[in-house]
Design a binder for this molecule. Sequence first.
Ligand SMILES: C[S@@+](CC[C@H](N)C(=O)[O-])C[C@H]1O[C@@H](n2cnc3c(N)ncnc32)[C@H](O)[C@@H]1O
Length: 222
Amino acid sequence: MLRQLGLGDEDQAAWEASGLPASAFEDWLTDRVARRPAGDRAREVYGADDAHDFARRAILDVLALGPGDRLLELGCGGGLLLRDALATGAAATGLDHSEDMVALARERAPGAEVVLGRVEAPPFADDAFSAVAMSIVLMFLPGPVAALRECRRVLEPGGRLAVYTSAPELRGTPAAPEPIASRAHFYEDAELLALAERSGFASVAVACDDGGQLLTALRPRT
Ligand SMILES: C[S@@+](CC[C@H](N)C(=O)[O-])C[C@H]1O[C@@H](n2cnc3c(N)ncnc32)[C@H](O)[C@@H]1O
């Protein structure tokens, strides 16, 4: 299974060194590849320009960042969205719970602030950002409403949210293969809308294209 997902000897050695029982293998693999990426192969994948470039473009297009914006990306992976946000003149902050991804994002986006932390408890003040983004992260969160409420808390009134995730039709396809698919949440468009509304967002919309969903919303001004 390691080889099928493109993993190599270093990953094999990391699994053997983990000391985990065989029953934990699929969870470990999901972390290693996507949920908390680690190792040389993860650095190569998430540091490459084509890493989720479709999601990055969709988020950047809709946020239309510019000088004066303060972007927070939760689950920033290799930092390419942060890099492209900085190029617009915006300030950019990233957060990830993978030490390898935090180190990579600091390399890829010098000029961004990148912190090690959890999406569920971002260590930022209320109203600190004008935009918040998540790219291929929401699907891994056990508490999506709590996470979206944190997004709302750190956004200034009128601040923009953009979240890119995958629809159920992609479950089990090469875009979202097993065993990762069984450990991720694939929301219908209507479920995404409801999650954002329950989290206190306004002007909520979902655009779906070939199974890629872009959720957009605003923090209400009052
Ligand atoms: C599939 S990767 C996507 C990375 C990047 N956003 C992209 O689109 O290429 C998911 C990222 O979210 C991070 N992540 C997942 N759950 C997290 C959590 N609860 N707190 C912080 N980071 C999390 C992972 O470590 C990983 O870097």
